[in-house]
Ligand binder design. Structure first.
Ligand code: PAF
Length: 322
């Protein structure tokens, strides 16, 4: 019986595996619009795959949430109806709590430290951990350090945040961060321009590229460089689809996505100083040196919260904070 089982498995692999260079189309979902951080990584990946497979593999980038919001894209990737996505780390929270160690407040000091950790063994542990939820974690590209904006008042200390209605991603962790700060966090999927414009929410928190690309300077007067969370984008594939690819194809896609991420991180960082200048010229009032200690004081307790008590999550966070 066991021997027959082995034969069936071999025959299934022969018929179901995708040959190394078979023509195929790969659907890749992102929620942001062309020119955004996620899209730059996705488009670079598409170009590299096209070049390296002589056009045999077409990556079709579905942008601007045309496949749904980030949670919905991840669900489709889990089911295998969408092959790939470049998704904000915070949103993985509901799929695998291990990812929330990355978004722990004030974990990373700067880009170099974030790169060293995410490209090292701890980052690899997170990517591998995603397999338990049906994702093949490929690598980290960059969203960036998240900063607070709002339409109500200048924010310099954590006390200034009190009562502000701040949009957060669909993430228990991000909700808890803003609750700890005394704000009124409001989970909402991307995009959020209309909600900000109509005053349904007072503020939001995101890296500088978001303010530029989505023109938030038109509707948010105050920016505070809180840099409270370093937020990567995680490039993931559907594990069931990935396991059917030939090893050569897996390696080609993995290498292309890594190269796209390296390209995109550098591109994003090279533009931040200009973005800040532009936002100031456009009339945003920018608090460049907020009282970070006051924010940290509020969020340092988070380590003890239930969110971080799962033994796998606790152990990884302890190693990250070491
Ligand atoms: O705030 C978010 O939802 C994300 O940071 C965004 C803007 C989709 C970029 O990853």
């Amino acid at each position: 019986m066991k021997r027959w089982g082995g034969w069936f498995a071999m025959i299934a692999v022969v018929f179901l595996a995708v040959p190394a260079m078979a023509a195929m189309t790969v659907k890749l979902g992102v929620v942001t619009k062309p020119g955004s951080a996620q899209n730059i990584a996705a488009e670079k990946f598409k170009a590299l795959v096209d070049e390296r497979t002589n056009g045999e593999v077409t990556v079709k980038v579905f942008h601007s949430a045309s496949l749904g919001n980030e949670t919905e894209i991840l669900q489709q990737i889990q089911m295998g109806t969408v092959e790939m996505g470049v998704i904000t780390s915070g949103v993985f929270d509901t799929f695998d709590p291990i990812v929330r160690v990355i978004d722990y407040p004030f974990l990373f000091r700067d880009d170099a430290q974030a790169d060293a950790v995410l490209d090292g063994p701890l980052g690899a542990e997170i990517l591998t951990g995603l397999e338990a939820s049906g994702f093949k974690g490929l690598c980290f590209s960059e969203n960036g350090f998240r900063n607070l904006t709002n339409s109500k008042r200048p924010v310099r200390t954590a006390a200034d945040v009190s009562g502000l209605k701040i949009r957060v991603m669909d993430s228990a962790l991000h909700n808890a961060i803003w609750q700890s700060m005394g704000a009124n966090p409001t989970p909402m999927p991307w995009p959020i321009y209309t909600e900000l414009e109509q005053g349904v929410i007072d503020g939001q928190e995101n890296p500088l590229w978001v303010l530029e690309v989505y023109r938030f300077h038109e509707i948010q007067k105050y920016l505070t460089l809180t840099r409270h969370v370093y937020s990567p984008h995680i490039a993931v594939a559907s594990l069931s689809w990935w396991n059917r690819l030939a090893p050569e194809m897996q390696s080609l896609l993995q290498t292309a996505m890594k190269a796209a991420a390296v390209f995109q991180r550098a591109d994003n960082r090279a533009r931040d100083a200009d973005r800040l200048r532009m936002l100031e010229e456009e009339g945003m009032q920018i608090e460049k040196r907020p009282d970070i200690a006051s924010f940290r004081e509020k969020t340092d307790v988070m380590r003890e919260m239930n969110l971080y008590q799962d033994p796998r999550v606790k152990s990884l966070l302890a190693r990250m904070l070491a």
